[in-house]
Write a protein that binds this ligand. Structure first.
Ligand code: AMP
Length: 614
């Protein structure tokens, strides 16, 4: 099937656009540009390339009471997906129809569901739902197939310990539900049917509204079933890492619960307690064994020790998640980190056909049958940094002429535009990719970064990729000191003039337990050099502005251990989905900044102007 759709990509794309236009030419939105016509050239000539902000007024009208009218699309909406991207501080609402739900629900899940859930792709979702439910073998879908090639049918030999979190739906005034794609999928009966057989987390723990209790219980049940676990994962790498650290901080209590067969009193959620009453039995032998493992001096390779049958870690490790891979590799002791797919609330975009590639080398293969693509070429070339990670220097568009899917050029960076059956037309997803080659006639790409996530304290613009690269270079200086940078974020401080970049770092020692004295032990010389190193690796304009004193010295603020946990709690309390949460590389919100600032234990500034190019 994959061979067929990747070979016939051009025809499939043309047909998809034709269908979308025929169906929706009479909607209020398209009528304004096409006057009822369905011509594809006219579509590209007349319909503007837009961001979410442009279509927000239309979406707001639908959300506020015009659910069934033909504003953006003819097909009735069944709800909205809550995207992790925000507009005006609010999560974006992406329309969903009954048909599109089949596609996104399955694909936006951890790759796990791609193995067992109804195949998510266009070709398949046109089949009847009974047929879909019969597609239970990993050999019957694209990603499942490539995993199967490497590991066999893991569902026959064990379970998956995945940290999964559902988030309450929000009801819009029109009565439509807005929910995270993952949450919608967890509610599917097909998911619930496979859950007990394939996962260690009971349903109640996934739906527990208290994320700390949910995490504790999911890890507890994962440990109890350790002999069955063959895959560890979550949607994004940051969540897997948080899970491991949670065990690092709470293993004594977890072991005590396993020893006595009694769950801690602070677990008050009735669903979690009910699940525990069914699973948790006194098991002193297992508790002793786990205590033995966890009390070792170094936690290097701990995941293999705790779950000895694990074959791989299934979680997205590309893009903003690359920053977590070094630490994950440390804990996972050589287990492959498998980034299964690239997807967003706007559409199911691509899968990884080579699951064993290193996170920095992953190329995703586009699915030509889910949405209609156009690509906006980016002006500057991508550069490769010392760690062989693709990074983007700047991200200005070459022109406004878009390129079709089959005509993209290897080596070129593009911004992705989608036209989807859910009422998005020439819509900028906000992600930048670099084409690496083709599978048949379908492009493969590396994920570069999110557009518009930038620091700027003057006229300069610093992209997410720029910050990633600068931090990657600077954090290497911590290595000889036996320290690890565990999380970071940044902020453009313009409270004084000239403004300056602030990078918040959470640091911990490689060996031993968490140590909140870490700030006092830091060598100021090394930390100042970290600041300078970051500045040296930032782009030309930054360094020039610094030299001309239009930007002040870059500052590192070291925060207490656990600060980024508090940041996560804050974003979750503001409506972020825990399953989809990724630490923002830049902070814009005042409250989030207060959380970070109130936990600063040391501050360091770059003592010199950055090295200039000739
Ligand atoms: P959401 O809209 O909340 O579903 O988040 C989707 C966004 O997550 C995408 O637009 C990307 O920026 C990011 N994302 C999704 N999959 C990947 C991936 N495989 N690698 C890097 N970033 C990803």
């Amino acid at each position: 099937m994959l061979e067929e759709i990747t070979t016939n990509a051009r025809q499939i794309q043309e047909q998809l656009l034709g269908e979308i236009l025929c169906k929706n030419a009479e909607t209020e939105y398209l009528r304004g540009f096409l006057h009822g016509q369905t011509d594809k050239q006219l579509f590209k000539k007349n319909v503007p390339i837009v961001t979410y902000d442009h279509i927000k007024p239309y979406i707001d009208r639908i959300a506020n009471g015009k659910a069934s009218s033909d504003i953006l699309l003819v097909e009735p909406l069944i709800g909205f997906s809550l995207s992790s991207g925000t507009a005006g501080g609010q999560p974006k609402l992406i329309p969903i129809t009954a048909e599109s739900a089949n596609v996104t629900e399955a694909l936006d899940l951890p790759e796990t569901l791609l193995l067992k859930a109804p195949p998510p792709f266009g070709y398949w979702h046109r089949n009847s739902s009974e047929e879909l439910l019969q597609q239970q073998s990993p050999k019957t879908n694209h990603f499942g197939l490539s995993i199967y090639r490497h590991f066999g049918d893991l569902s026959q030999v064990g379970k998956r310990m995945e940290l999964l979190y559902a988030k309450p739906d929000v009801e819009t005034p029109s009565g439509l539900k807005a929910s995270a794609v993952t949450t919608r999928a967890f509610k599917e009966s097909s998911f619930q049917a496979i859950l007990p057989k394939l996962y260690t987390s009971p349903y109640e723990t996934i739906f527990c509204p208290d994320t700390k209790q949910s995490t504790y219980c999911q890890l507890l049940f994962g440990l109890i079933q350790r002999d069955e676990v063959v895959v560890i994962g979550s949607i994004f790498a940051a969540t897997v890492l948080r899970g491991i650290k949670f065990i690092e901080n709470n293993w004594r209590e977890l072991c005590s619960n396993i020893k006595t067969g009694k769950i801690s009193d602070w677990i008050t959620d009735s669903g979690c307690r009910k699940a525990a009453s069914l699973i948790l039995k006194p098991n002193p032998k297992l508790a002793d064994l786990l205590e033995d493992i966890c009390s070792c001096k170094s936690w290097e390779g701990i995941v293999r020790k705790l779950w000895p049958k694990t074959k791989y870690i299934g979680t997205v490790c590309t893009g903003a998640m690359l920053q977590f891979t070094a630490e994950l590799e440390f804990y996972c002791g050589g287990l492959p980190l498998v980034s299964g797919f690239y997807a967003c609330s706007e559409g199911a975009i691509a899968i990884n056909m080579e699951p064993l590639s290193k996170p920095s080398d992953v190329s995703y293969t586009i699915l030509p049958n889910t949405v209609y693509y156009e690509f906006l070429p980016i002006k500057e070339d991508c550069v490769t940094d010392s760690q062989n990670q693709v990074q983007l220097n700047t991200s200005r568009h070459k022109d406004t002429e878009t390129v079709d899917l089959v005509n993209v050029k290897p080596g070129q960076c593009y911004e992705i535009l989608v036209t989807s059956p859910t009422g998005l037309y020439r819509y900028r997803v906000g992600d930048i990719i670099k084409v690496t080659g083709f599978h048949n006639n379908t492009p493969q790409f590396q994920f570069i970064g999110r557009q518009n996530v930038a620091l700027g304290v003057d006229m300069e613009r610093t992209s997410e990729a720029d910050i990633l690269k600068a931090v990657a270079e600077a954090k290497a200086l911590l290595d000889p000191l036996g320290l690890i940078l565990t999380e970071y974020t940044s902020y453009g401080d313009t409270s004084s003039t000239p403004g300056h970049y602030v990078i918040f770092w959470e640091i911990k020692p490689k060996e031993g337990n968490n140590n909140n004295n870490v700030g006092k032990e830091l060598d100021p010389k090394v930390m100042e050099e970290c600041c300078s190193k970051m500045e040296d690796s930032l782009h030309f304009t930054y360094r020039m502005y610094r030299k001309e004193n239009m930007i002040a010295a870059l500052e590192i603020r070291v925060v207490k251990q656990g600060t980024f946990e508090s940041l996560l709690d804050y974003f979750v309390s503001k409506g972020a989905s825990l399953s989809q949460y990724k630490t923002p590389i830049c902070i814009k919100s005042k409250e989030a900044l207060n959380i970070l600032d109130s936990r600063v234990i040391a501050k360091f500034f770059s003592p010199r102007t950055p090295i200039q190019d000739n």
